[in-house]
Write a protein that binds this ligand. Structure first.
Ligand code: GLN
Length: 308
């Protein structure tokens, strides 16, 4: 291998080691502007070889065969065009699960785990009162619904989405994680298919202002489904449509959890006050310290103002 050889040719050449393949991948991904080039190169090569990142390092001096080198080169090229890693490997970790993802669904984000944590916290208090009925609106991959169902063995979780291809992924994830039968995929527009009552309504709806979509990272703007991101002119159109339906379907006691754009927390609280005037509102921050979830609780305990 000469110093001037095309790096991709070097990878394909016979006798290429894991270490060399990684070095090439890291260089190529760095040049393409990928945020975490080393991690991504390792995950892609690990995916091709069926090895963990640790195993890659243990076997760094070993050679990879030509077909593996070619497959790896292809995947690195896809990542160079900024396709999300999760779509390339078809998997994404969420909460304590590994989920299937495709470009029909949004890649589950770590901050969305807050919705699950908050649901579980609330359910601990109320589960004693019987079987919980929960709905995840705009379920996509089913991440929220499935994580909740796995941790609340008594709960029934409806997983609604307007996108049929997304629901195929939901269904597949529910099957693979053993919660089919308790996660119920339904095609529909928000809560239109339901009468309720639900004890918990949880939703990560599209909330990106339409004009901001092209400014997002290429991974998002070029590859993720805009129908899962586009919240209309100000980003609030879908959430605004949900709220009257949520007011109709939420039980007492009940919990409504909405993921939001951090800049929208006051506006969303004001909108919820219109639809659910008796709800107690809290804004929760994500790991980055940004307002990310609005929590509205319908409580049996009257608040002090209404009961002096
Ligand atoms: N958090 C997403 C982003 O990366 C937006 C998700 C949504 O619109 N629900 O922009």
């Amino acid at each position: 291998m000469t110093k001037r050889a095309d790096p991709s040719e070097a990878v394909l050449s016979t006798g290429c080691t894991i270490r060399q393949a990684l070095r090439w991948g890291i260089g190529a991904l760095t040049a393409a502007g990928v945020d975490s080039p080393r991690l991504d190169a390792e995950l892609l090569l690990g995916h091709v070889l069926g090895l963990t990142r640790t195993q890659l390092h243990v076997h760094a001096q070993e050679e990879i065969d030509r077909s593996a080198a070619e497959a790896y080169t292809q995947l690195v090229r896809r990542r160079m065009s900024r396709e999300p890693l999760a779509y390339i490997v078809g998997r994404r970790a969420f909460f304590d699960l590994e989920l299937i993802v495709s470009s029909d669904v949004l890649v589950p984000r770590p901050e969305t785990e807050l919705l699950v944590e908050e649901t579980l916290r609330w359910a601990e208090l109320w589960q004693a009162r019987g079987k919980l009925h929960i709905v995840d609106v705009g379920t996509g991959s089913g991440a929220i619904a499935i994580a909740i169902a796995r941790h609340l063995p008594e709960a029934l979780v409806w997983a609604v989405d307007i996108s049929f291809p997304a629901l195929m992924i939901t269904q597949e994830n529910a099957r693979r994680t053993g919660v089919q039968g308790r996660v119920l995929p339904i095609q529909g527009d928000l809560l239109a298919p339901f009468k309720g009552p639900f004890q918990v309504i949880v939703a990560n709806l599209p909330y990106v202002p339409h004009h901001e979509l092209p400014e997002l990272m290429p991974e998002i703007s070029l590859y993720e489904p805009s129908s899962a991101l586009d919240g209309g002119t100000e980003g609030l159109e879908i959430i605004r449509r949900l709220l009257p339906q949520a007011a109709r379907c939420l039980s007492m006691p009940g919990l409504l959890l909405l993921e939001i754009d951090p800049r929208q927390s006051q506006e969303v609280c004001a909108m919820i006050r219109q639809s659910l005037p008796r709800a107690q509102l809290t804004v929760l921050r994500d790991y980055g310290g940004l307002d990310r979830v609005v929590r509205a609780e319908h409580s049996l305990i009257p608040d002090e103002e209404s009961n002096p």
